[in-house]
Design a protein around this ligand. Sequence first.
Ligand code: F3S
Length: 755
Amino acid sequence: MAFDIDMIKKVYETIVERVDKAREITGKPLTLSEKILYAHLWDGTPSKAFVRGKDYVDFAPDRIACQDATAQMALLQFMQAGKTKVAVPTTVHCDHLIQAKVGASADLQSAMNNSSEVFNFLESVSNKYGIGFWKPGAGIIHQVVLENYAFPGGMMIGTDSHTVNAGGLGMVAVGVGGADAVDVMAGMPWELKFPKLIGVKLTGKLSGWTAPKDVILKVAGIVSAKGGTGAIVEYFGPGATAMSCTGKGTICNMGAEIGATTSTFGYDESMERYLRATDRADVADAANEVKDYLTGDAEVYANPEQYFDQVIEINLSELLPHLNGPFTPDLATPVGTMTDKAIENDWPLEVEWGLIGSCTNSSYEDLSRAASIAQQALDKGLKTKAEFGINPGSEQVRFTAERDGILEVFEKLDAKIFTNACGPCIGQWARYSDPKNAPKNSIVHSFNRNFAKRADGNPNTHAFVASPEITAAIAISGRLDFNPITDTLINENGEEVKLDEPTGWELPPKGFDVEDNGYLAPVEDGSGVVVNVAEDSERLQLLTPFEPIGDEIKGAKLLIKAFGKCTTDHISMAGPWLRFRGHLDNIANNTLIGAVNAYNKKTNFVKNQLTGEYNGVPDVQRAYKAAGIKTIVVGDHNYGEGSSREHAAMQPRHLGVAAVLVKSFARIHETNLKKQGMLALTFVNENDYDLIQEDDTFNFLDLDKFAPDSPLTIEVVHADGSKDVIKANHTYNQPQIEWYNAGSALNLIKRQNAA
Ligand code: F3S
């Protein structure tokens, strides 16, 4: 079964009662976002109003989705929880580990050759624990979720930042780290700060060359890459209801590019059409029965300034197509104003590639509209100047687009049709043999992110984000500053021709079709399924439970005093290390190698107090571990900012770091440290950071009295024998102290299961 209609009906049964109660408690009409949040409280029926942007709240999501890169460590951890099945419907999608090089079938085969042990592992764990498994080539996580699992009024979490795509079908869908996903899989609540709310009122109607993508490209230009932080963006108004469901998905998808917690739209007829077209008439019928509860209250949308923290209004009738970039998706330029800007900034005007697809823009509507432009190149005798690459979002879309002759149009233009996978969107595009030394160039794509090196590994590739139809037009013209609304092109006969506006279908006129969608349902009873991980595997390693650190830390050494910014990337670098995401000991060899040593301002160069020699951080840490010596990491402000990557906490823990003592934490990282059974501490007096010296030894004086709201006392012994006694704050509540005592949150869950 692809989706669980009974679960959805249950959500709809409770949503009515809970939303009515929330309205009563808050004493005001509700936005859609608030309705979904209040309907998914872990404690059930709401009993108090939450303060937006302030209160931390426990939620009970309906679904979980994981992609292959992040699922590895998430599932390895879940296996530690002692459960026989996941507590919440979960799916795993193999999409990130497939390179785009030659074309779909050869690329898929080489991914199977290179990563078969990872795919086999994910498949067998999924089968064992009741998780739906989508094979390599089945599609990109967010497109597959939209087609199969997303439902209006639902809440889901996913181990990928573009999980937010499901807002296109009226969900609150949030990208999280593996540790959060594991908690929910194991039957625990998911904690989130009650988000602020940004309302985007869409008036007018999209027409001509303008597409849903241009809405979010415009919004990104208005609010910037951080403008949505801590907020849900809720779209409403006549322009919203007039838009297709998959177009709404595109807008929500790129909510990640403005840092939003998520984005969403109220249930409407476009969603109903999409549900019915994707074989989910029963979901549409169930949603219709509670449809007033699946959108914001009319009074909210009539007076948005009163109910949202910020309101933006966009008239779609006046919106122009945009090209955002390079290197950041919020640098917005309407087509027609590119020439001067590009010359001024020295952006190459010649465009070498146009890439269409990814999780952002690979719906049937997207492909058909882009194909209507590509067809004109054939009909009007235009030779395309840039190359085309297409990565369809799912096998269902690919199969249907092939059946309807859409892919053939691109193939006639010599387009490369890549696997239904992330490919060129995640640096898995083997465009160059030596990307680091590749030439400066421009490309246009319909993806979401365009950071340096993101597509092809070439730091000199200037990537611009656009709608699929604009991408097609620019690829045909080969010019970054081509404006299809006004400009003409010269065809092979020397004639001046103009591209007509794109046309397409919201949904396939003959319906969707697919032979093998790539889904593998888990067996009913997975107890007999064996999960094999080779002892000598360099990519996968079964986890062993962490031993409790205990209530005595004496004689601990300073591993590193990090200077300035220390993000999760500094603690656990990405890039080539992604390969080892499922092997804790191997990936631990990158631990803190990006952190700057406060004493010499170098990275990955710290003193080994046992030998007096300087060496890389992982090597020094392994030496302490071998000698049975605990260590401390000291850091500056906002330590661990960046991503929710749990590796940044698991790696130091694995290597034997006992405590992280900093001026302040990024909250998610602080929680991740707690979950791994470590001490996450902050200086009571920030200036004590300056007291810490390179040869220091630490004695915790009252760890045996570790209790909520009670600072810990640490004696810092310097090399000359002098001592400072400092106080360290913590934010552990009693259950979190139990995590510490048990060695990790998972150890505790396991123990509770066994009891
Ligand atoms: Fe994949 Fe790119 Fe989307 S990496 S999940 S296609 S953002």
